[in-house]
Every structure is written in structure tokens, then in C-alpha cells.
Design a protein around this ligand. Sequence first.
Ligand code: PHE
Ligand code: CO
Length: 297
Amino acid sequence: MAQTEPRRVEHQLTDKGYVPVYTTAVVEQPWSSYSEVDHAVWRTLFARQQELLVGRASAEFLRQQRAMGMSPDRIPKFDELNPVLRQATGWELIGVEGLLPELTFFEHLANRRFPVTWWIRTPEQLDYLSEPDLFHDLFGHVPLLMNPVFADYMAAYGRGGVKAHAIGPEALVNLTRLYWYTVEFGLIREAGGLRIYGSGIVSSKGESIYCLDSAAPNRIGFDLERIMRTRYRIDTYQKTYFVIDSYEQLMEATRPDFTPIYSKLAALESFPAGSVQPGDHVFNRGTGEGWLEDGDV
Ligand code: PHE
Ligand code: CO
């Protein structure tokens, strides 16, 4: 870890449980302060996921990752990635201390700025840490921002977030579930079979295997309202993954105004994370092996 410690301003209940929320300031990536250990952590994680993701990650994720030209050897400089990203889709990366308050986060996305945590995990945290770091944000989220359709989806999500924030906390819960089950934990159906596009999965060694190979979780076709009603896991692998057919499907399904959907869902119960519902397009009905009873959020 570099000399400058992230500044935690408070603990707040977010989509990741109680997590530190940091200052909202945009920080310059303190690239020269990364230690050799920091670079080695990046190199190790990058090589490990790179190998694991062959035949597992969405072909588009892998293609855009190459197009972007992130270095596997050293932590990339945001300033070197930004011209490539700006040219492709008009997005840019900004450095931040960590998770932002929701409205600030939405406003960045709406303006095509993707906040990337500047610091990287320690060697002891290679397999798991409970908050996003540079590896998750950069390796996991940024390649698909090079894809024009996904890039538009993320900006639309930001605008939708600003709107949901004004509507109220229940609308935000619905919208956050959509983000969780698509941007963070989404699967996509491709020619060779199911593939990963969710950042929370591509950046995780264990879950990138589990989500496709394990018989335990449900794998269910994408359905907007179904997803908005479904609770999720923050402390274990997901009990359910939702599968899109294409990035265009995601964009089209989320184009309508969500305001009437929020009103409708406000009167309905939420679904447990591991449930299968009537009308689901079930690719795999999970065996539920290893699931913890409590803890859906
Ligand atoms: N159409 C959504 C709304 O009206 C905005 C949105 C788009 C949300 C894409 C998420 C993803 O709120
Ligand atoms: Co993330």
C-alpha cells in the first residue's frame, strides 16, 4: 500500500453491507507511490484471471480488454487508458478513495466518468476483500466500457440512479438489484454457452469458476421486474445468476421509464435470493448445496 492511506469518512449501509464511504474528492492516481508489492499484486491477479477467463468470460469482454491495452506487468496509468477509452465511447476514468455516496456515484456515471479506486489490495487479500479496490474496478469494470452498447447502458443507469434517488429509498433498492445482477454478477448467453460479463465475477477467482460450473446456484433468464424484486448476497457467492442474450437486450429492456415500475413493485414482496419463481426461464435450477439460510439483503 502506498503512503497515502484512503480517508474513510463514515460507515454506511450500502449494497455491500456496512462499508466505509470515503471522501467524494476526485484524486489524481498517485502512480509513483505504488510499491513493488502493489505492482506484483496486480501482475499476479491479472495473470491468474486472464488464464481462468479463457472460455469463461464474454468474448466481448476479452476482446475489449485486449483493445484497451492494459498492462499485465505494472498497474496501468489512468492517464494512458483514458485516451483509448474516450476515443471508443466517450468514457473516462477518475481516481477515487473508494466507494462513493450513491448520488455522487450516479452523477459520475451519468456524465461518463467511471470512478476507479486508486489503491490495490494487499497480498494477504488476493482471493477476497469486502470492498472494491483497483483490481476489481479496473480489470473488472473497465473493459466493457469500451463497448458502445454497454457504455450507453452504464450512462443510462447513472441518469436512472439520479432519478431513483429523488423518488426514494425503495426505488433505489430496486435499481441497485438491477446493477448487482447485471453489472456486477451478470452472465450472457453466447455461441459456446454461458459466459461471464459481471465485474464482481470476472475479478474473483472462486466465483468465476463457481458461477458457471457449480450445480448449486440458479441460472435464470434476464427479466427486469423479476430482478428488481430479488434480494442478493453480499457475503457469499450468489444463489442466483441472471442471463442476458445480448448487451442490446439489456439496453432495450431498461429503456422504458422505471417510475411506474417502482410504484408497482412497492406493493409487492421481494423474492429470496435463491428462489425460483413461476415464469422463470430456468437454465439451471440450483441444488442449493452449501447455501447459508440467512443473510440475503
Ligand atoms: N430507464 C430507466 C429509468 O427510467 C433508467 C435506466 C436505464 C436504469 C438503464 C438502469 C439502466 O429509470
Ligand atoms: Co463493482
